[in-house]
Design a protein around this ligand. Structure first.
Ligand SMILES: Cc1cc2nc3c(=O)[nH]c(=O)nc-3n(C[C@H](O)[C@H](O)[C@H](O)COP(=O)(O)OP(=O)(O)OC[C@H]3O[C@@H](n4cnc5c(N)ncnc54)[C@H](O)[C@@H]3O)c2cc1C
Length: 472
């Protein structure tokens, strides 16, 4: 960046402003130190602002406007594709911007964006409340349906409150736009719910050769299963085992042992024989489930992730077979998540909130590829690409939180919602001040994503010896 621009910028900023310019001591740590994925990108922001107040965020946007560059944002640093780190941007890091308050009358928690699900639920424990995110039954609906409002700093530096009545289009977009949201969220208003006294789990672990038996069974019983129970199937190398295994896991949220046992009993009675390990109605908790998630997603590792919503009319067991029986590394895992009956609701019928988030099917599949050595990058990334290329024909689209638009662009919203979202982005950020969707070459700008199945009809080049392949 030209030194005169920087000098100009310094004059705009208040004293002791928490900014680190590229090249300064501490810049590299500020650029990527809080990024979860160790497959770190060669992308370099002009400067990083470690905001601790809302005003710092406003100043950051004004500064970017003053020097003519974009703004990127980081909250948790958990984006697999590292969307926060962009070339020629001012990166606003919210890791030091903390806020939490809880209103006992309304049950609404106000939370700053870098507060993780685990932190939020820990803080809510004292009030006997919880906020459902990961590990909660899909039947409770999407977590973003419980986001009642957001406060934002807009692309032109204004502080606004957004909910169903005020700035409702931004509120609509905030729930489903992902990294294309055309403003910076500074506060979430979360509708919490009473917590449950009895969280229990059951598991059934099968050898790889019993994959079909296990999946056919669980697919057959999920649609009519108890509403307070989360159901997943995971293919992985379990600790101490040298072969891939398939684990069917049920986690139920109840208020007594009796209710928990009753909810888990139908699985216990119908599970096909042949499992090599199992447990029934074992005591668990949010922190135990979060610990398990941490163990499956270790720090300081390299990751490549992609996903599909598999069509309801597909032969799901066959579509997922390669992904569940051929993992590219010992720490990788593939996951199927039951979304029914939540997935059958619709905004038109009033059974689901009207919001940008609209892509869904009964079957969520994601491949989480985990490895340590850079030499394995191409092979592991190639495996994910190949798995999703095969699956694209059978998919409705994808969830953007587990996607990387630099590699694969597909449908992330229903057609109408996608169009509306791209218009809202252009209305609120016509100059593309907020760095949006990171596609190949970071070119998408104000246009955003096209929201089509780009790979559906494309032919792939044959796989190279390292497993890499790309669509022609
Ligand atoms: C270990 C692990 C487990 C995960 N589990 C789940 C899961 O159970 N369910 C699920 O849905 N997803 C899950 N994800 C995916 C994750 O939720 C998404 O990648 C999400 O984007 C992470 O949010 P973040 O704030 O940490 O992202 P960051 O990396 O901090 O930010 C990513 C992008 O989000 C946008 N953004 C971030 N903060 C703001 C803000 N304040 N205002 C406006 N835009 C902003 C920006 O475009 C930013 O570049 C998981 C990821 C990891 C690494």
């Amino acid at each position: 960046m030209a030194s005169e621009k920087r000098t100009f910028a310094m004059k705009m900023l208040p004293p002791n402003f928490p900014i680190l310019w590229k090249g300064e001591t501490g810049y590299e740590e500020a650029r990527i130190g809080r990024v979860f994925n160790f497959r770190r990108p060669e992308r370099y922001p002009v400067a990083v602002i470690e905001a601790t107040t809302e005003d710092h965020i406003v100043e950051a946007v004004r500064l970017a406007d003053g020097i003519g560059c974009r703004v990127s944002v980081r909250s948790g640093g958990h984006s697999w594709a590292v969307w926060s780190v962009r070339d020629e941007t001012i990166l606003v890091d919210l890791g030091r911007y903390h806020e939490f308050s809880f209103d006992e009358k309304t049950g609404i928690a106000k939370v700053s964006p870098s507060t993780t699900g685990r932190m939020t639920n820990k803080l809510l424990e004292a009030y006997g409340r919880m906020f459902p995110g990961g590990h909660c039954p899909e039947n409770w609906g999407w977590a973003c349906e419980r986001v009642l409002a957001v406060d934002v700093v807009t692309a032109d530096g204004r502080k606004l409150h957004c909910d169903k009545k005020e700035n409702s289009d931004l509120y609509w977009a905030a729930r489903g736009a992902g990294p294309g949201f055309p403003a910076i969220v500074t506060r979430f208003y979360l509708q919490t719910m009473p917590s449950f006294s009895h969280m229990r789990s059951s598991a059934y672990i099968y050898k790889r050769e019993d994959y079909r038996k296990a999946l056919e069974w669980i697919l057959g019983i999920t649609s009519a299963y108890d509403e307070g129970t989360e159901i997943v199937a995971v293919a992985s190398y379990p600790p101490g085992r040298s072969e891939i295994h398939v684990m069917v896991l049920l986690v139920t949220f109840k208020n007594s042992e009796k209710e928990a046992r009753a909810a888990l009993q139908p699985a216990e009675e119908s599970a096909p024989p042949g499992h090599v390990d199992t447990w029934f109605c074992r005591e668990t908790s949010f922190s135990k489930e979060y610990d398990d998630q941490h163990a499956a997603n270790p720090l300081a590792h390299r990751y490549c992730v992609d996903n599909c919503y598999v069509r309801n009319d597909a032969d799901v067991v066959s579509v997922l077979e390669d992904a569940f029986t051929t993992l590219p590394s010992r720490k990788s895992f593939s996951l199927w998540y039951s979304m029914a009956p939540c997935s059958r609701r619709s905004a038109e019928k009033g059974t689901m909130d009207d919001m940008a988030l609209s892509m869904q099917s009964d079957h969520y599949f994601a491949a989480y590829t985990v490895w340590e050595d850079e030499a394995d990058d191409s092979r592991c990334q190639g495996w994910v690409k190949e798995i999703c290329r095969e699956m694209e024909r059978f998919s409705e689209g994808s969830y953007l939180g587990d996607a990387d638009f630099q590699v694969r662009r597909t449908m992330f919203w229903e057609t109408e919602q996608g169009r509306k979202l791209m218009k809202i982005r252009r209305d609120w950020d016509p100059d593309g001040r907020i760095a949006g969707y990171l596609d190949d070459g970071d070119k998408s700008g104000t246009e955003g994503l096209t929201n089509v199945h780009e790979w559906k009809n494309s032919k792939m080049e044959p796989r190279t010896s390292n497993g890499d392949s790309k669509p022609s």
